[in-house]
Each structure stands twice: as structure tokens, then as C-alpha cells.
Design a protein around this ligand. Sequence first.
Ligand SMILES: NC(=O)C1=CN([C@@H]2O[C@H](COP(=O)(O)OP(=O)(O)OC[C@H]3O[C@@H](n4cnc5c(N)ncnc54)[C@H](OP(=O)(O)O)[C@@H]3O)[C@@H](O)[C@H]2O)C=CC1
Ligand SMILES: O=C([O-])CC(=O)C(=O)O
Length: 280
Amino acid sequence: MDSSEAERMRGERLRVAVGGFGAIGKPVVRALHEGIDGLELTAVSARDTGRAETWMTRELGRAYPAMPLARLGEVADVVVECAPPQLLGELARPVLEAGKVVVALSVGALLSNPDLVPLAARTGGRILVPSGALLGLDAVQAAAQGEIESVTIVTRKPPESLRGAPAIEAMGLDLDTLREPVRCFAGPASEAISSFPANLNVAVALGLAGFGTERTMLEVWADPGVSRNTHRISVTSDSSNFTMQIEGIPIEENPRTGRLTPLSVISTLKRLTAPLVIGA
Ligand SMILES: NC(=O)C1=CN([C@@H]2O[C@H](COP(=O)(O)OP(=O)(O)OC[C@H]3O[C@@H](n4cnc5c(N)ncnc54)[C@H](OP(=O)(O)O)[C@@H]3O)[C@@H](O)[C@H]2O)C=CC1
Ligand SMILES: O=C([O-])CC(=O)C(=O)O
């Protein structure tokens, strides 16, 4: 391949940036560095740029450019949002204003940023929500094309996975001495996210997939008897009834997040350019 051909090939690749450099961001950066067909990593964003650069140099042998979240859209066609939820708007607005794509993990924060979907509709931008820690969003979306009667999700998490959630603090629950499961929330998914902003994105994603976050009913348990983030979902509808359960293995670095979530992002990125897309 001569250099002009290489340049042409590069020109055709989608440029991807990763906003947030934690449990999800690092494996996604690694996968992009190792190579995903048709995609090219152009930048990352981290709270501590120096630490991110050190990690990239040590782990990948090179440091990709690091820049503020709000500028990632300048150097990418697709920006993966995997930062703290309160930063979703700051990252997503400029990307969507430019008619580009946001892959959003802080799904719950879509509820407190209701302008983002209309903004995308206006500019031709898109917000893609990977299935993340969950399963079966394809089936829920299909069922929603008919009539859904009910959607429930019961979440059981090891106490450690709920540490820092405002609801746990408000309850004064001592997670270290828990011996029995304790129910920490029961109600609509839409009401849970302010109490568990970093723990229940999945419930909002489930709601947005079909029945609405106000009608999707959620229970959250701090359960010393489980070692995995466990979600059991039941759907009844005029096309099918189904029950699904997933047991996500927490990531050591951040036990709020499971190992499947960065893999789900990588799968979403691959589907952007794949000639065959399963479960679309
Ligand atoms: N949809 C789903 O299924 C799931 C969604 N999530 C959500 O995805 C998001 C990311 O999760 P996760 O990777 O586990 O979280 P982490 O806390 O592990 O990573 C977030 C990263 O963002 C960095 N950060 C903080 N402030 C900034 C800033 N101003 N600019 C750039 N980066 C910043 C943090 O840096 P530092 O560590 O230095 O503060 C941290 O490295 C969260 O909102 C989480 O709730 C998580 C799991 C499942
Ligand atoms: O891993 C999980 O159980 C899901 C999670 O943290 C989230 O939805 O934010």
C-alpha cells in the first residue's frame, strides 16, 4: 500500500474518542489501540491527564492525546461517554451539536438532561446506549412494538457494589456489617437514579428500551449473599412473556461496574462498521 492509499484508508475510518478513563474507559481504549476494523482512536479524556498518559505509555506503549471532555467531539466522529454521570451533558452536547455520535454509558443521566435527545433529532446526531451490564434489550424493544403489560427488574448487589450511593448514605446502612439482604429501593426506575446515580443505569436503559422509566418497576437489594451484580428482569406482553437473569462479575478496580460493560461497549463499536450485525 503506498502512502496515498494509506491516507485514503485512514480518511475512511471512523474516529473514536473515549471520555472517562476508569473501569470502562481503560479496556475500551485498550481494545481500540489493539485494533477494531474501521475505527481509529484519536483522543481520551481523564480527570488526571498525567496519570492517564502514564497508564497508556506503560500499558500500550504510546500515549494518545488527552483533552477535556467538552472538546472530544472536535477530534472524533464517535465519542464514548464513560465518565461520572454529572458530566454527560458537558461531553454530549458539543458532539450532538456537530451531528455526531455519543455512545452513552451514564444512561441514567439522560433523564436529568432531557434536551439531549431532541438536540440529536435536530442535528442528525445519535445517542447509542449499549446493553452495558444488562441483557435482552433487543427483546424488550421488539416486545414494545406490540403491547407491553409489565416490566420489572430486581437488582441484588454485593454491599460493596453500592458503596457511596446517596440512598445508602441516607438510610445510614452500614454495608460492612450487613448479614441479611436489605431492600434499599422499590418503585419506578425513573425515581431510583437520583438515589443510585452510578449503580442503576441498567434500570433506566431497560425503561427506555420499551415500557418507559416511569412504568418499569425496580427493586434494589444490598445482599451479602451474592458476589455478583445480579439483575432479574421479567416482561409480560401480547407477543411473549420472558424472564432473564444476569450475574455480572464486578471489576476489582471499581466493583460498582461489571466486566461485561466494557465488553458491551467494544461490541457496540464493532457493530458501527460490521458488515453483519446480529440482534439489531
Ligand atoms: N450502562 C451500564 O450498564 C453501566 C453504566 N455505568 C456508568 O458508566 C459511567 C462510567 O463508569 P465506570 O467506568 O465504571 O466509572 P469509573 O469511576 O471507574 O470511571 C470514570 C472515570 O471518569 C474520570 N473522570 C472524572 N472526572 C472527569 C473529567 N472531568 N473529565 C474526564 N474524566 C473524568 C474518573 O477519573 P478519577 O478516577 O480520577 O476521578 C474515572 O477515571 C458511570 O456513570 C457509571 O455509572 C457503569 C456500569 C454499567
Ligand atoms: O453493573 C451493574 O450492575 C450495573 C451498573 O452498575 C449500572 O447500571 O450503573
